[in-house]
Design a protein. Structure first.
Length: 250
């Protein structure tokens, strides 16, 4: 992708907890306007890796650069939207109060803040629940609110850890359509998933198993290179195991 700006670069990144090697020599480049997926079963190391990209964890070895800044870097927070696997919401507050709080952290001015709150709640189809306490939200609604918060400040890089788990297929498609629109404006996405049809929606995929990259390429390249009809078959070819915790859809 020579004409696109490099957004993320990892160089020989490893992570060791005690005697456990969670990540092993991960080297990747990710570009602007790209939806890049990390595909792998639970425990493969996807969440550990994205936490390092955001700066929440340090690699044991190797280096990570985001927008040419070595991570962790506080100034990079304003350029990154991060949605964790676990929802970090204030349940005693309403959805609007949560959005107001995070908007203030991002430095959004009052007039622009209100417009962005409306826009992101429309994307996740929660406009009618804006004033409801988060404690009264379902699990799927909380995921959608977390996604809205990640989108609030129009970051140039969105890092989303299994963003559509618990969200119904129709809304999931609507959310992906919103991703495609942002992609056209140059926003880069990093999405972790263990859902096969979601992996197919990415421009490129990194298949991860046991903390190691086992393949990187477009979904079509990965299927063609392994003479596979599906991404799941390609993953199994590259070194997956039949019992891996994958699913075809949510």
């Amino acid at each position: 992708m020579p004409n696109q700006e490099m957004i993320v670069s990892t160089k020989n990144v490893s992570k060791i907890f005690g005697k456990q090697h969670v990540l092993k020599n991960i080297s990747l480049d990710i570009f602007s306007g790209e939806i890049f997926g990390f595909l792998g079963p639970s425990g493969a190391g996807k969440t550990t890796l994205v936490k390092q990209l955001v700066g929440l964890e340090l690699p044991s070895e190797g280096e990570i650069y985001v927008f040419n800044e070595k991570m962790p870097s506080l100034p990079m927070i304003e350029k990154i939207g991060y949605m964790a696997q676990s929802d970090a919401l204030y349940e005693e507050l309403s959805a609007k109060e949560n959005l107001e709080f995070f908007a203030s952290l991002y430095g959004l001015k009052k007039k622009h803040r209100q417009a962005r709150i409306r826009e992101v709640m429309e994307i996740v189809e929660l406009t009618d629940h804006l004033n409801k306490l988060v404690s009264n939200y379902s699990g799927g609604m909380k995921r959608r609110l977390s996604l809205a918060i990640a989108l609030l400040h129009e970051p140039k890089l969105l890092i989303l850890d299994e963003p559509t788990v618990g969200i119904d297929p129709v809304l999931r498609q609507s959310i992906w359509n919103a991703f495609y629109e942002l992609k056209k404006k140059g926003t880069a996405f990093i999405v972790t998933t263990h859902v096969m049809d979601e992996a197919e929606k990415c421009d490129r995929l990194a298949m991860i198993r046991g903390g190691q990259l086992i393949a990187v390429g477009t979904p079509e390249e990965l299927k063609n290179n392994t003479h596979s009809a599906t991404i799941e078959e390609a993953f199994l070819f590259y070194g997956g195991a039949k019992h891996e915790n994958f699913s075809v859809s949510n």
